[in-house]
Each structure stands twice: as structure tokens, then as C-alpha cells.
Design a protein around this ligand. Structure first.
Ligand SMILES: O=C(O)c1[nH]c(=O)[nH]c(=O)c1Cl
Length: 312
């Protein structure tokens, strides 16, 4: 029973990994993922200059998930490129993900040029769910800007690259985004990022849970699994087969992993549940997935990937 997978022609021993932002801020956290049963890791989204991020409290775990307005705290791209370079030397056969996000198209280009000029041999995850120009929606919801960014990205970068997308909720938006994405030689899309601008409150103190943005933040965990599965499956139906899908959102059990794969994901990321349980979660998720596969008579992911059945 194998939970290995292939993405962009690259083989990973396990289809499970962390979601950007969780257990990937610095070398200490990344080492813990590296030592875990995860097949690989992705770094915290790196920006042109290091960022402290928003004032705390900026993350809260709730019974059904999480809310966060971290504000992109990160060590800056050079730090992560150095770390990954070390790991590439230690584990020459493994490939890692570098998440990046610019605050405009020129920053995206600058980040990609830095990666090109380094010895990075992994995959780039361009985070489109980041704050955009004030007065415009986040980049992932600004379709013209997405098209402009991807045009520029593929003029300057030649390695395997995918985009991290926010969740969509309208079928026409799925159609519009798929039409844009299918124009480009993307290695993958990662669907979904947190559901933006949720609000959790403490009824006892009558206060919001986190400090930034008057308590508004991205929602993760159980709350978002139905949205995540719908996004994974809708893009699986619409994207050209060369663009594979990383499924993210609401994964905390082997069954959740199975459901993402059934919807068409080739790789599955874990965020909120990893934050709660720690990197040993990957042992549990792998074992639970293998048990489900065994019970169903599946030996490998290809036996069931994308084979969700309809009732019609
Ligand atoms: O506040 C954050 O750092 C953050 N938080 C998220 O939930 N998703 C993101 O893409 C980012 Cl960049």
C-alpha cells in the first residue's frame, strides 16, 4: 500500500506535506517537517524583505479550526533559499517547495529572479492569496491581475511553478479562473488557502479573538473542508491534465486525505491540524490513509485519484 505520488514529474515518497504558513517559518520548524513522515515541505511565503508580521494575538485555534491574520511574517527569501540549499545537499534526491509572494508584479519578478540565480532545484508556490493594492480585492480575486502576473512569471521563470489560490464560491468564477490558468504552463495549482475575512469572537469577554483587522482573519480547519473539496474537484474537472492539483483545507484524518485525492488532488497539504497536533500528525494520517486504501483494495493513489462518483 503506497501513499507515494508524482507532481510535475517529481516523485515524492508520501503525498502529504505541510501547508505554507504552518511549521515552516524558520529552520527549527522546517527541520521538524523534514524529520517527519511528510513527503516534503513548503516554506512560509517569502517576501522581498523580511517581515515581523502583525501584532499578536494573530492566530487562534478553535474547536473546529483556526483563524489567522499573521500578516506574512517571514525571514525573507534568502534565508529560505539558504536553508533549502542545505537540505538539497543533505538529501540530493528530495525536492522542496518555496512559497513566495510579492506585493506587486515587479516584486514577484524580483523574487523569481533570486530563485533562478540560486541553486534551488525544487518547485515554486506563488501565493496569490495575498493583500493586493488597497481598494482592489486580494490578487486571487482580481482576475485581470492574475493573468498579468502569470504572463510576467512565465516570461522570467523556467522551473516548475504553481499558484496557491483562495477559495472560489461561484461557478462562473471557477470558469473564469480555469480559463486563465489553462493558458499557462503551470505545474500545479494549490487549492485552497484560508477562507478570507472570517470572524470569531469570545462571548464571555465580548471581544474578538485576534488583534489585527478588528478580529477578521483567514479561516481554516473543519469549517472549510466542503469548500476545499469543491475547489479541488472543480479545478480537476476544468484544468488541462498537465496542471496537477495540491489539495489543502480541512485535513485532519486519513479520510480527509482520501477525500481530497478522490476529488483529484495529487498531493495533500495540512495546515490547521498540523498546527494543533504537530509533525507526528503525518504518521497518523499516513497510517489512516493506508488503512482506508487497504479496506477498499487500492494499492496506490492512481487507483482512485479523481474518481469521485456522481449520483446522476
Ligand atoms: O497572514 C498570513 O501570513 C497568511 N495567512 C493565511 O491564512 N494565508 C496566507 O496566504 C497568508 Cl500570507
Amino acid at each position: 500500500i503506497s501513499t507515494e505520488t508524482t507532481l510535475a514529474g517529481i516523485h515524492f515518497d508520501n503525498c502529504l506535506m505541510n501547508a505554507a504558513g504552518v511549521y515552516c517559518y524558520d529552520a527549527d520548524e522546517l527541520n521538524q517537517i523534514q524529520k517527519s513522515a511528510a513527503g516534503t515541505f513548503v516554506t512560509k511565503s517569502a517576501t522581498v524583505v523580511p517581515r515581523a508580521g502583525n501584532p499578536e494575538p494573530r492566530y487562534l485555534s478553535t474547536p473546529w479550526g483556526s483563524i489567522n491574520s499573521m500578516g506574512l511574517p517571514n525571514k525573507g527569501l534568502p534565508y529560505y533559499l539558504d536553508y533549502v540549499s542545505q537540505q538539497q545537499t543533505l538529501f540530493p534526491e528530495k525536492r522542496y517547495f518555496q512559497s513566495i509572494t510579492g506585493f506587486n508584479i515587479d516584486e514577484d519578478e524580483a523574487l523569481l529572479k533570486q530563485i533562478t540565480d540560486s541553486d534551488f532545484n525544487g518547485l515554486v508556490e506563488l501565493n496569490l492569496s495575498c493583500p493586493n493594492v488597497p481598494g482592489k480585492p486580494q490578487t486571487g480575486y482580481d482576475f485581470e491581475t492574475v493573468e498579468q502576473i502569470l504572463t510576467r512569471v512565465f516570461e522570467v521563470y523556467e522551473g516548475p511553478l504553481g499558484v496557491k489560490l483562495p477559495p472560489y464560491f461561484d461557478i462562473v468564477h471557477f470558469d473564469q479562473m480555469a480559463a486563465i490558468l489553462n493558458q499557462f504552463p503551470l505545474a500545479f495549482i494549490n487549492s485552497v488557502n484560508s477562507i478570507g475575512n472570517g470572524l470569531t469572537i469570545d462571548a464571555a469577554t465580548e471581544r474578538v479573538s485576534i488583534k489585527p483587522k478588528h478580529g477578521f482573519g483567514g479561516i481554516g480547519g473543519d469549517y472549510i473542508k466542503p469548500t476545499a473539496l469543491a475547489n479541488v474537484h472543480t479545478f480537476y474537472q476544468r484544468l488541462k491534465p498537465e496542471i496537477q492539483i495540491i489539495g489543502t483545507g480541512g485535513v485532519k484524518s486519513g479520510q480527509d486525505v482520501f477525500e481530497h485525492l478522490l476529488c483529484g488532488a495529487s498531493m495533500v497539504q495540512v495546515g490547521t491540524a498540523l498546527h494543533k497536533e504537530g509533525p507526528q500528525i503525518f504518521d497518523r494520517l499516513t497510517a489512516e490513509l493506508q488503512t482506508i486504501m487497504q479496506q477498499k483494495g487500492y494499492n496506490k493513489i492512481a487507483d482512485f485519484k479523481g474518481k469521485l462518483k456522481y449520483l446522476d
